[in-house]
Design a protein around this ligand. Structure first.
Ligand code: SF4
Ligand code: SF4
Ligand code: SF4
Length: 357
């Protein structure tokens, strides 16, 4: 629980102040997590910035894609935060962090320019300046959390996730570890729910955010895709698709759901709709620290599933056949109810005779 007082101790206390969310999209990434977040509804960005939740601090949201300001006018908030003139703030990092020391000249990623030298300020410099002053640091998407696609073997940037850059034991000055919300892109509501959790923490209304060993919120990433998949019943009955376009389990087409921690099967993508395997797309493990290298080639059946799906075949088909018998029986009324057809009025019996039924 750390230094976070219970909600009751805030009752009647001074109004909760403001907090800035500084969203740095200057890592190596495609900005897909920002775009994904605009689809969130539980809560939406609008809910957070327009004050739908009266018990959380007022939020000033700074994301380059969603801001009215641009250029130096937008970078101003980041400069002020880096100089200690804007506090408290939550730093959100999107995109992986390159190694700026692996070359003789040039830079891999930057954001804004140094007002004295006119030179680009690298993304690494921003993180070095902002992270020590941040109330909390959130990595949004798998690039920022674990390196993601840009950190594939052989990439020239030596890029990495935030925990590899700052250190897995790193904590903010408020004692909060890096909060990783992986996904490529991040599931919209997962990200916004985590942000809302942190805002509740900041208001003294929530305990320390529970994280697993990969720094993921436990309530979002505790179960596998398979455990929440609409196709799970087909897997159990050994009904495996050999091609796309069927409702059956797609493990043989390359689905990694049985071993991947992700709630998208349960939660869907937007407004509860979608969710990779539910709508026919194999799970490629995009929330996992080993993504993508350990999941490739994507379209092959995961080697580990060969044994389990073969084992399921030995009983799943027999179980399915037996269930069909039971189902056929359950689709018939109990035999004694058929007597009722003989108990109708004389008029009904007469009409039956007339119609020959
Ligand atoms: Fe883009 Fe995926 Fe990286 Fe997010 S995690 S920046 S969506 S590639
Ligand atoms: Fe499991 Fe994937 Fe099959 Fe769904 S489609 S039941 S997640 S193996
Ligand atoms: Fe990524 Fe798999 Fe989750 Fe889809 S179901 S978001 S591919 S981890």
């Amino acid at each position: 629980m750390g230094n976070f007082p219970p909600a009751a101790s805030r009752a009647g206390a001074e109004p909760i102040g403001e907090i800035d969310v500084l969203w740095l999209t200057a890592g190596l990434g495609c900005d897909g997590d920002t775009i994904a977040a605009t689809a969130a509804t539980q809560p939406s960005i609008e809910d957070i910035v327009l004050g739908t939740f009266p018990w959380i601090p007022k939020v000033n949201f700074h994301n380059p894609f969603l801001a009215y300001e641009n250029g130096d006018e937008f970078v101003r908030y980041f400069r002020e935060a880096a100089e200690g003139r804007l506090s408290p703030f939550i730093l959100v990092v999107e995109g992986s962090i390159p190694n700026e020391q692996n070359k003789a000249e040039g830079y891999w990623a930057s954001f804004g320019t140094d007002q004295k030298t006119g030179q680009p300020i690298t993304t690494c410099e921003w993180i070095d300046r902002l992270a020590p002053r941040a109330w909390a640091v959130v990595a949004a998407g798998t690039c920022a959390t674990y390196g993601g696609i840009h950190a594939m073997e052989g990439n020239p940037t030596d890029c990495m996730g935030l925990a590899d850059y700052l250190g897995w034991e790193w904590k903010s000055h408020a004692g909060i570890p890096i909060v990783c919300v992986p996904g490529c892109p991040v599931q919209p509501d997962n990200f916004m729910e985590v942000l809302l959790y942190l805002l509740n923490m900041e208001a003294g209304r929530a305990p320390m955010i529970p994280l697993d060993e990969a720094l993921r919120p436990t309530w979002l990433f505790g179960a596998t895709v398979h455990e929440g998949c609409d196709r799970g019943g087909y897997y159990e009955q050994a009904q495996f698709a050999e091609e796309y376009g069927t409702p059956t389990c797609i493990v043989k087409l390359g689905c990694w759901g049985p071993v991947v921690q992700c709630n998208v099967g349960k939660r869907g993508w937007m407004g509860g709709i979608g969710g990779c395997p539910n709508v026919g797309g194999i799970c490629i493990g995009c929330t996992m620290p080993g993504f993508p290298d350990k999941f490739m080639p994507f379209m092959n059946q995961p080697p580990g599933s060969l044994l389990s799906s073969s084992a399921v075949m030995t009983y799943g088909r027999a179980i399915h056949a037996l269930r069909r018998f039971t189902q056929a029986s359950l689709n018939k009324e109990p035999s004694w109810r058929s007597q009722r057809g003989k108990l109708g009025s004389s008029e009904i019996e007469a009409s039956k005779r007339e119609r020959g039924s």
